[in-house]
Ligand binder design. Sequence first.
Ligand SMILES: Cc1cc2nc3c(=O)[nH]c(=O)nc-3n(C[C@H](O)[C@H](O)[C@H](O)COP(=O)(O)OP(=O)(O)OC[C@H]3O[C@@H](n4cnc5c(N)ncnc54)[C@H](O)[C@@H]3O)c2cc1C
Length: 319
Amino acid sequence: MVTLHWKDLWGELRARIPDDCYLGGSHVTRVVGTDTTTPGLVLDDGSQHDFDLVMFADGYTSVGRSQLFPDSTLEYRGYVLWRGLLPESQVADPRPLEDRLYRFSLPRLHGNGVFYLVPGEDGSIAVGERYVNWAHYVPVSPEDLRDFLIDKDGQHHATSLPPGGMRPDAEAELKELLVEHLPPYFAELTSITDGTFAQPIYTYLPAAYRRGRVCLIGDAGSVVPPFTGSGVFKASKNAIDLGAAIAAAEDLDQALEKWSDTETETAHRLAALGDQMEQAFVWAAPDLGTMSAGEARAWWTDSISFPEGFTYIAAQDQR
Ligand SMILES: Cc1cc2nc3c(=O)[nH]c(=O)nc-3n(C[C@H](O)[C@H](O)[C@H](O)COP(=O)(O)OP(=O)(O)OC[C@H]3O[C@@H](n4cnc5c(N)ncnc54)[C@H](O)[C@@H]3O)c2cc1C
């Protein structure tokens, strides 16, 4: 597993875009001319900009997707990712976290959680300056989701609750629940974290990645259950594959069609893996703490059967 700081990732990508091509703060409201060879983007100031090729990389609530495929809807999976970032300086003894990623199943509860260290605010990885990043997948029924997304000021959020936005009663309730189920060290990390935030988990499976000369990239194109850890990989692979397909082809429309078919198939395969992992980690998670290494390995190989040979278990540990 490779961990990256979002700020570094964004900075590296942004540095490759010339300033005069980057309209920061502009919002695309719609795409026009999707069935022509020069589709156009309309911005919130009313201006229209025409291109040979348009790529929407506008995330899981994509404006582009909703216009290309008006019937597309996100599917809520019945659980949210509740997250916290705790400054390492507030942890009495951070040593157990060093070079480890802990994943917990929660006996008697659906869901699971992870804890690991990430770089600090300025990217520092010095001891004492990092953050403990934790995340718990917690079921919230579709009926309760609307209430869950009301913040501490009574505002309803359509997609996620931002850091510090959760209602104190909702945050306290989750902390109480988790403290009851986690080992004391990790229960403490969870309960002392301020400003937690949450994101409902959705999926979207595409029929295609393009219409005409308008393409979808990343979460705009597909959203799979998060356990595959493939969000950034998928977004960058869509873009790299698109560049390669266009460079190799003589006919742009044929290249786009072929690219769309390949990316659609990959998304469906990723979703199939994500479904299995979601089932194993959220809805049918065993009490890993009571299992022997052999039992845990058997649970994993029985749970994840597609794609063939996929494993998290390092080669030396398989013996
Ligand atoms: C809590 C959480 C944890 C995650 N952890 C991981 C992880 O550990 N590893 C991993 O690989 N993936 C992770 N993901 C998934 C990952 O964040 C996404 O898959 C990835 O960011 C998708 O990239 P993207 O470029 O498609 O979309 P986004 O990163 O969502 O970017 C879309 C951009 O488009 C902009 N935008 C949206 N609408 C418009 C508009 N109309 N006009 C102009 N601009 C617009 C947005 O402001 C945003 O900057 C996580 C996701 C969440 C929610």
